[in-house]
Design a protein around this ligand. Structure first.
Ligand SMILES: [Zn+2]
Ligand SMILES: [Zn+2]
Length: 264
């Protein structure tokens, strides 16, 4: 069974099911690991890394888990578009890295993250328009203090909007399926970190000239707590350009990290 056979020639239903099982296991592994190591830890040092006090109810976590599973069903169904696009000649998937070389492979990967960062920021801003917020995005904002299970707890229409980046990149440039797989893994890791409820990044990071360009767990946690701020995903770029970082972002991050460094 080769990657080419799986992506282009395997039975459609088998392909969709394998994509779903892979996405669900990937999510369960990351969120489950975070939950086990942080939420269920007895360590006082880990307790000091908690971003917001308190904990969502188990009912809330179950609801978020069910919604996340539904989102992953939608993501898997939408992955079928990649195959349709290739069959119709709209996409230029390639299966031999030598066709374009490793530098291009790397470029395509970086390009996907930069494009997705802009796509996420602006689609997220749009979802915060009152009409869309009330009908769609409110579902994700039901958790004011998120848990790893909230990561993909979306209204079904938001799931479609969020995953829209995949059909978009497939139409834009030649891609190796491995680049898409690595990109999707990176996206899942960062999304779970954003909802993990604990700050794991090093003290002083948000004020560092280079590392500060990456968003932290605190950044998205504050989005859930205060709602109309901190819209970005990977990079602290669009929030800076559009002046939408919460005015106490650095202070909040420092209060958690410096306090836990002193205690440790
Ligand atoms: Zn939001
Ligand atoms: Zn969120």
């Amino acid at each position: 069974m080769t990657l080419q056979w799986l992506v282009l020639e395997s039975p459609l239903l088998l392909f969709a099911m394998l994509v779903f099982v892979y996405q669900w296991l990937r999510f369960m592994l990351l969120a489950g690991l975070g939950y086990r190591l942080l939420w269920q830890s007895d360590s006082t040092w880990i307790a000091r890394l908690r971003i917001q006090p308190g904990s969502p109810t188990s009912r809330q976590m179950q609801r978020d888990f069910a919604l996340t599973t539904l989102t992953l069903v939608i993501f898997s169904a939408m992955t079928l578009f990649v195959r349709v696009a290739q069959e119709q000649g709209w996409a230029r998937l390639y299966f031999d890295i030598a066709d374009y070389g490793w530098p291009y492979f790397l470029f395509s990967l970086i390009f996907m993250f930069i494009l997705h960062d802009a796509y996420f920021y602006w689609s997220h801003r749009l979802l915060h328009v009152k009409w869309l917020m009330r009908r769609i995005h409110r579902v994700h904002h039901r958790s004011h203090n998120p848990s790893p299970w909230s990561s993909f707890a979306f209204h079904p229409l938001e799931a479609v909007i969020q995953y829209g980046i995949v059909p978009l990149v497939v139409l834009l440039l030649p891609l190796h399926p491995l680049a898409i797989i690595i990109f999707a893994l990176g996206m899942t890791v960062i999304t779970v970190i954003g909802h993990i409820g604990y700050e794991l990044y090093p003290a002083g990071m948000t004020r560092h000239p280079v590392l500060g360009l990456l968003n932290t767990s605190t950044h998205h946690n504050m989005h859930h707590r205060y709602v109309h701020c901190n819209y970005g995903l990977y990079f602290n770029l669009w929030d800076r350009l559009m002046d939408t970082n919460h005015h106490r972002y650095h202070e909040t991050f420092d209060a958690i990290r410096y306090d836990s460094s002193r205690a440790g």
